[in-house]
Design a protein around this ligand. Structure first.
Ligand code: AQP
Length: 345
C-alpha cells in the first residue's frame, strides 16, 4: 500500500519549450516572474522538450536548443540550487502520468482548447495527436509534483483550467484526494508581449520574422535597431492608458517599457505624453539594452560550456524524479495497477 503524499502548500511548476531562441516575451512573461517566485515558493522549472516535439523539431538541433533554454533560465536568474531546473524528457513520470490523464480527460474538454485550434490551423487533420493532447501532458507536468501554483500568461489560462478539471475528476472518480486544484499566479505588465511588426500578434519564437522579436541573445546594436524599426503609428504618445486603445503597436511598446522599468503604463505616459516615437524608442532601446545586456552576456558564457548545463540538468532530473516517484506510486495504487514491488496489491 503506497502512503498518500501530502499536498504541499506553496509549490510552483512552470516550463518553456526549446523551440527556438528565447525572447523578450519569454523573459517578461515568464522567466522574470519565476525568479521572483523563488523567494517564497518551492519551484520546479522545466525545459519542456516533450511539448516541443508536438510540432516537428530537427533532431540535430533539439539537444542544443534544450541547453540554450536552460542557459536562458539561469541567465535570467533561476538558481539551480534553490529551484529544481530540469529537462522534461529526462523524467519519465511526465509521460506516464500524461497517459493516465488521457484516460481521465474527456474528448469534449480537449475539443474546446483554443490553442490547438490556433496551432493546428487549417491543417487540423494533419496535426500530431501530441499537439491535441498537449494540455493533458501539461496537467501531468504540474500534478506529478502536486504543484499548487502555476505562473501563467493569458494564453495558458485555459490549459490551467483543464488541469484543475483533470485533478478534480481524478479525485472524484477514484474517491481519493490525490491532487490539489492548482491556482494561477498572474503578473502585471509584460503578461503578453506582442510582435514588434504586428501589435495584434504575440511575440513568438516561431515567427519567421526575426525583426518581430528581441532575442535574449541579441547584442545592443540588434536590440536598438529592432526597437527603432518597430511598427508604430504617426500620433504622438497619449497622456494615459485609455489613449492607447485601438493603437496596438503603441500599447505594446509602452507596455514593454513599463514592464522593463517596473512602472505602471500611466506613469510611463506621464513622462512621455505628447512626445514622438523617435524619442520614446531611444529611451526604450537604452532601457532594454541595460536590462538584457547582463542576461545576454551570461547566456553566452554558459553556452560556451555545455557540460556545465548538462550537469545542472542531470542533477535537476534526479531531484525531480525523486519528488515525482512517490506521487506516481500513489497514483498507480489508486488506479488499481499491480504493484511490482509486492507482486500484488
Ligand atoms: N509574447 C509573450 N509574452 C508574454 N509571455 C510569453 N511567453 C511566451 N511568449 C510570450 C511565456 O513564456 C513561457 C514559455 O513559453 P513557451 O516557450 O513554452 O511557449 P509559447 O508560449 O508557445 O512561446 P512562443 O515563443 O510563442 O513559442 P512557439 O513559437 O514555439 O509557440 C510561457 O509562460 C509563455 O506564456
Amino acid at each position: 500500500m503506497s502512503p498518500s503524499v501530502p499536498i504541499p502548500t506553496r509549490r510552483v511548476f512552470s516550463g518553456a519549450q526549446p523551440t527556438g531562441a528565447m525572447h523578450l516575451g519569454n523573459y517578461l512573461g515568464a522567466f522574470r516572474n519565476w525568479v521572483r517566485l523563488q523567494q517564497s515558493y518551492e519551484c520546479l522549472y522545466c525545459v519542456v522538450d516533450l511539448h516541443a516535439i508536438t510540432v516537428w523539431q530537427d533532431p540535430k538541433t533539439l539537444a542544443d536548443q534544450t541547453r540554450r533554454a536552460a542557459a536562458a533560465f539561469i541567465a535570467a536568474g533561476v538558481d539551480p540550487k534553490r529551484s529544481i531546473l530540469f529537462n522534461q524528457s529526462q523524467v519519465a513520470a511526465h509521460s506516464e502520468l500524461a497517459w493516465i490523464f488521457n484516460c481521465v480527460a474527456r474528448v469534449g474538454w480537449l475539443n474546446r482548447m483554443t490553442q490547438f485550434k490556433d496551432k493546428a490551423g487549417k491543417n487540423r487533420e494533419r496535426a500530431s495527436v501530441g499537439l491535441y493532447v498537449y494540455p493533458t501532458l501539461m496537467a501531468a507536468d504540474i500534478l506529478a509534483y502536486k504543484a499548487t501554483h502555476v505562473p501563467v500568461g493569458e494564453d495558458q489560462k485555459q490549459h490551467l483550467e483543464l488541469t484543475r478539471d483533470i485533478a478534480a475528476r481524478f479525485n472524484q472518480d477514484f474517491g481519493a484526494e490525490v491532487f490539489p486544484l492548482v491556482e494561477p499566479v498572474i503578473f502585471g505588465p509584460g503578461a503578453r508581449v506582442m510582435s514588434l511588426r504586428d501589435g495584434t500578434k504575440k511575440m513568438s519564437k516561431s515567427d519567421p520574422s526575426d525583426a518581430s522579436r528581441i532575442n535574449l541573445t541579441d547584442d545592443a546594436d540588434a536590440i536598438a535597431r529592432k526597437i527603432r524599426r518597430a511598427k508604430t503609428d504617426p500620433e504622438p504618445l497619449p497622456d494615459s492608458a485609455t489613449g492607447l486603445e485601438g493603437r496596438p503597436e503603441a500599447a505594446n511598446l509602452v507596455g514593454i517599457f513599463a514592464a522593463l522599468a517596473d512602472r505602471t503604463v500611466d506613469d510611463v505616459l506621464g513622462e512621455f505624453a505628447g512626445k514622438g516615437f523617435a524619442e520614446f524608442k531611444n529611451a526604450l532601446a537604452e532601457l532594454a539594452v541595460a536590462t538584457l545586456g547582463p542576461i545576454t552576456e551570461e547566456m553566452l558564457r554558459l553556452e560556451r560550456d555545455p557540460a556545465v548545463i548538462d550537469r545542472i540538468l542531470a542533477d535537476g532530473a534526479e531531484r525531480a524524479a525523486a519528488m515525482a516517484a512517490p506521487v506516481l506510486a500513489e497514483v498507480r495504487h489508486v488506479v488499481g495497477f499491480l504493484d511490482p514491488r509486492h507482486g500484488r496489491r
